[in-house]
Ligand binder design. Structure first.
Ligand SMILES: N[C@@H](CCC(=O)N[C@@H](CS)C(=O)NCC(=O)O)C(=O)O
Length: 229
């Protein structure tokens, strides 16, 4: 039976984007189960449907032949083990440890960037970005950390490469972050803007972005800055 990936709205669901991009980019076939964000209330359609596979009622969830794996990091690890031929983590043990540290940091960190600049792929919000940048020192600190991390990793790679050379889970993890930088036009140095452009041009990332733009669904509780499209 094919893998199934439960995801939320492509325009908004940054956690869903990561394993979807990973599967697409690696060329691993899967069936997408999109569950619209009607609301996150306990009795919402979203929660009821999600709870059939994940007691937490959150996306993403990967279902493989009756086994449900939830939480992005667990899904990424499962896919890396299940499909070793796709080399989803870097092959070198130290690089792999580094990539895992980076993904874990995204998982538990960058909360100011996440909270103040939520993913909204089809929106263009440079004026909000300017206000956030002016007023939120913690967002500036998150972006400074991001730039430090990317600079250090890219310095060890040939020009034009991804964070660990070839595409890896780490780049999939940063794909929604790259989208946020573009939506809010947050300032990053030119070489890092080039990395952002490379990530956004990856076929798996581009496919998600195109489908997010085609969604035409306005979820008001996920829209802190707009009243409509
Ligand atoms: N740590 C989780 C976070 C998942 C998560 O928060 N997903 C959001 C959508 S992007 C969700 O399902 N939210 C529903 C809720 O908070 O009730 C992961 O990495 O998968």
């Amino acid at each position: 039976m094919a893998l199934q990936l439960y995801i939320g709205n492509k325009n908004y669901s940054s956690w869903s984007m990561r394993p979807w991009v990973l599967l697409k980019q690696a060329g691993i076939p899967f069936e997408e189960v999109m569950v619209r964000f009607d609301s996150f209330d306990t009795n919402s359609v979203f929660k009821k449907k999600l709870r059939t596979v994940n007691p937490l009622g959150k996306v993403p969830v990967l279902v493989d032949d009756g086994l449900a794996v939830w939480d992005t990091l667990a899904i990424a690890e499962y896919l890396a083990e299940r499909f070793p031929e796709h080399r989803l983590w870097p092959q070198d043990v130290k690089a792999r440890a580094r990539a895992r540290s980076v993904c874990a940091e995204i998982h538990s960190g960058f909360s100011a960037l996440r909270n103040h600049c939520p993913m909204n792929i089809e929106a263009s919000l440079p004026e909000i970005g300017r206000l956030v940048w002016r007023d939120k020192a913690e967002v500036r600190a998150d972006v400074a950390r991001l730039c430090g991390l990317w600079s250090e990793l890219l310095a060890a790679q040939p020009a034009g490469a991804l964070l660990f050379g070839e595409f890896s889970i780490a780049d999939a993890y940063f794909a929604p972050v790259c989208s946020r930088l573009v939506t809010y036009e947050l300032p990053v140095p030119a070489d890092l803007a080039a990395y952002v452009a490379r990530v956004l041009a990856l076929p798996g990332v581009k496919a998600w972005i195109d489908e997010a733009r085609a969604e035409h669904d306005f979820i008001d509780f996920d829209e802190p800055y707009r009243l409509g499209r």
